[in-house]
Design a protein. Structure first.
Length: 322
């Protein structure tokens, strides 16, 4: 494809027993022939391997199964592989599905640079709200993308068993055999469905995330992954604080202030609320600082009735008292 347009806490979506619990299966094998045999899941886009980006999108999954040879990744996963290896996507899906137990399962490939948690949530919400066997994305040309989808796990197992009976094994079978047996809902999404099959695709993805409208979000996501931080905060409020500190105090105050906000929030127990409260206090201080710096008015003149009173005097400390 070359065209391109633009385990959690109790009660969280990925927590055991939560109503919205789901599992994820990530297919990260394949020979990547169109990339000259390169390690496609390890190719970096925006400073992060493609596989890491996909895992971040599925971070709320109760169990995430990666069908591939084990490698270092930033999140806990279960590794699986088809036997024998090289059996294609249906065989890989069958191998990964054996490690899942949730009613719903998100199935994605490891070459989706723009997949995010919002898209995963939309697939799952649409699946739960309807009666279809699955919900998948379509690309800009209207083609099905069955490896960017959410399915009812029971129907996937039934269909894979049916195909195995018919053909003796899922090995070597194309994905269209699976799609043909399922009742599916389709969602058009030219961005999240964009996959990287060629080096041109990689170049397109790398260029897009450096566009003005995307680069900051991409950078923040990359930093959080690199530092092992799983925290969503109001970045606009932090940017406003940095701007106020830079303009009202001095330019170097911006990064130092935001650092101190983070440190204060961590000491207060962390979490978005702690960050917001620390940012609010710092922003108020920056506003007072700027107001004071911008005020060049002279102190008010003494009134006629009190001309003999010093500006900071109390009633009993007049210059001529006594």
């Amino acid at each position: 494809m070359t065209a391109h347009q633009h385990p959690g806490a109790p009660g969280a979506p990925g927590a055991p027993g939560a109503p919205g619990a789901y599992d994820a299966v990530v297919l990260a094998g394949g020979a990547a022939r169109r990339l000259g045999g390169a390690d496609k899941p390890g190719v970096r886009v925006g400073g992060r391997p493609l596989l890491d980006r996909v895992l971040s999108a599925c971070a709320t999954a109760r169990t995430t199964v990666v069908v591939a040879a084990p490698r270092p990744v930033p999140r806990p996963v279960t590794w699986a592989h088809e036997d024998p290896p090289g059996g294609g996507p249906l065989a890989a899906l069958d191998a990964g599905l054996r490690h899942t137990t949730a009613e719903h399962v998100v199935v994605v490939s490891a070459d989706l640079p723009f997949l995010d948690a919002g898209t995963v949530g939309r697939l799952l919400d649409t699946l739960r709200a309807g009666g279809a066997d699955g919900v998948l994305l379509t690309d800009p040309d209207g083609r099905d993308q069955p490896l960017v989808a959410a399915y009812r796990a029971a129907r996937l197992r039934e269909t894979l068993a049916l195909l195995t009976v018919r053909h003796g094994s899922p090995h070597g079978l194309p994905l269209r055999r699976l799609v043909a047996e399922l009742h599916l809902t389709r969602i058009a999404d030219p961005v999240a469905s964009f996959d990287c099959d060629t080096w041109d695709d990689i170049a397109t993805a790398r260029a897009r995330i450096r566009e003005h409208g995307h680069v900051l979000d991409e950078w923040i996501s990359a930093v959080k992954d690199e530092l092992g931080i799983d925290l969503d905060v109001d970045t606009r409020a932090l940017l406003d604080l940095a701007r106020d500190a830079a303009h009202g105090v001095a330019r170097p105050a911006a990064p130092l202030t935001t650092f101190l906000v983070g440190y204060a929030a961590a000491r207060a127990g962390g979490g978005p609320e702690a960050v917001a409260e620390a940012a609010r206090k710092a922003a108020a201080l920056a506003a007072r600082w700027a107001e004071e710096n911008g005020s060049d008015a002279a102190p008010p003149a003494p009134t006629a009735a009190r001309a003999d009173v010093a500006p900071d005097a109390t009633p009993d400390t007049r210059p001529d008292a006594g």
